[in-house]
Design a protein around this ligand. Structure first.
Ligand SMILES: Cc1cc2nc3c(=O)[nH]c(=O)nc-3n(C[C@H](O)[C@H](O)[C@H](O)COP(=O)(O)OP(=O)(O)OC[C@H]3O[C@@H](n4cnc5c(N)ncnc54)[C@H](O)[C@@H]3O)c2cc1C
Length: 407
């Protein structure tokens, strides 16, 4: 029998890739390898409905267990890959076994940045949220009245703060930069979320560096900030960004550049090895880019599957992303990288607004808060590679719909 296509990483991208291979008619053998003990699952609800207790594990699974049998996709879970030997087309598992592949895909995702042990990163009670195991270990102490310190005001930190304060924890979030969401959003979006969290009782401290976490008998009891402030804490969630899991690729001699370097076909520097999702960097509008989103994991993996079967054409997405905090849905279309101007557009409902990003006169991204219409229109305009004048966006009496059809 011919050697299988092997996919390393049983997550969002891995699941999408194998499904697309089958949907496109690939009838050969297919093996999905994962280091976690669970079939591929969605991560976004971990910091939202799973940690709040609203979702159980079976709601997280991307596909039912029976799907893998029906589609003849062999899965091996709790099976970390320790090396790739491209010259021999072999994959080495950490249990010592070797598997031969015809083609290989890397969908290894990313891992959270952690705090060094020297500042207390190793204390009991200090967590990151990446996988089910993380959420499961947080939940038993995620209890009303507990003091939670969130380190990092990005989306994961803010979502954890929202779910915790809704559950009755006493939450303080610290952000080293001047403002929350500084890396990813304009000041208007930061202001909106700061006000939202403050209304829900979360204490947000910006421009505040962590000096060290304080432990007692190995367990977190508090924190010391750079300005000398001391805080009590029963648990801490660290949300300070992620690293792509590109070590296997680098060790195998593949080009790595902030993630596994792939071309428009999702092909690495080895023509028989592909990569997609959080772990892969590709050229987007001329700049090497790594996207950390479900949309990218799914669409890039599907593109990789097609390319593995010989399809041509470059991967050229219009990125989109969402975040849920309290009763606010944030939807983002486009990438605001290199923006020069922003325009705020009030929405029609209470708490709804959108922030439009321009590079010169060109619309490049939209953040929409509880404003699905603004998001939908912005996304369609971006997909059509068109723009809407700033004056129209800034005037709430102008119906933006007209710009969908305007030439
Ligand atoms: C808490 C949380 C909330 C999020 N919220 C949102 C959101 O609201 N919207 C959004 O768009 N995105 C969100 N994301 C991001 C989104 O979940 C990721 O971008 C997406 O999961 C990436 O998919 P992936 O397949 O590349 O990686 P993953 O889904 O992480 O899958 C990679 C898999 O590969 C495994 N693996 C790694 N190395 C090996 C190895 N050597 N051998 C075997 N297996 C290996 C990993 O353990 C993992 O199971 C969130 C992420 C988290 C953690």
């Amino acid at each position: 029998m011919a050697d299988p296509i092997i996919v390393i990483g049983a997550g969002q991208a891995g699941a999408s890739l194998v499904a697309k291979l089958r949907a496109l008619g690939y009838g050969g053998s297919l093996l999905l390898l994962g280091d976690e003990p669970v079939l591929p699952y969605q991560r976004p609800p971990l910091s939202k409905k799973y940690m709040s207790g609203e979702f159980t594990v079976d709601r997280l699974l991307i596909r039912a267990p029976s799907w893998y049998e029906e589609q003849k996709v062999e899965t091996r879970l709790s099976a970390p890959v320790s090396a790739i030997l491209p010259r021999d087309r072999l994959v080495a598992l950490s249990d010592g076994s070797m598997l031969r592949y015809s083609k290989l895909a890397l969908t290894t995702g990313s891992r959270p940045r952690t705090l060094p042990d020297a500042v207390g990163g190793n204390l009991a009670g200090v967590f990151t949220v990446r996988g089910l195991a993380d959420a499961d270990s947080i939940m038993p102490i995620f209890l009303p009245g507990r003091k939670l310190l969130v380190i990092g005001g990005g989306y994961i930190g803010l979502e954890a703060a929202a779910v915790a304060s809704t559950k009755g924890l006493d939450v303080t979030l610290i952000e080293m930069a001047d403002r929350i969401l500084q890396r990813v959003a304009a000041p208007m979006t930061s202001d909106y979320f700061r006000a939202l969290h403050t209304r829900h009782g979360v204490t947000i401290r910006e421009a505040t560096g962590l000096d060290a976490l304080v432990g007692k008998e190995g367990r977190l009891v508090g924190a010391r900030l750079k300005d000398g402030t001391r805080l009590d804490a029963d648990l801490a969630i660290v949300g300070i960004g992620i690293h792509p899991n590109d070590g296997l690729a680098a060790d195998a001699g593949l080009i790595v550049e902030n993630g596994i370097h792939v071309d428009g076909q999702c092909r690495t520097s080895d023509p028989d090895i592909f990569a997609a999702g959080d772990c892969a960097s590709f050229s987007w509008r001329g700049v090497r880019t790594r996207l950390e989103s479900v949309q990218n994991a799914v669409e890039q993996a599907e593109h990789a599957a097609a390319a593995m079967l010989g399809a041509a054409g470059d991967y050229d997405p219009v990125p989109w992303f969402w975040s849920d905090q309290y009763d606010v849905k944030l939807q983002i279309a486009g990438l605001n990288r290199g923006y020069t101007d922003t325009v705020l557009r009030p929405g029609k409902r209470e708490l709804s607004q959108s922030v439009w990003y321009y590079r010169g006169e060109e619309l490049i991204a939209v953040d929409a808060m509880n404003d699905a219409l603004a998001y939908g229109i912005g996304k369609k305009v971006l997909e059509a590679r068109r723009s809407i004048p700033k004056a129209a966006v800034g005037d709430p009496s102008v119906e933006l719909k007209t710009w969908l059809t305007a030439s």
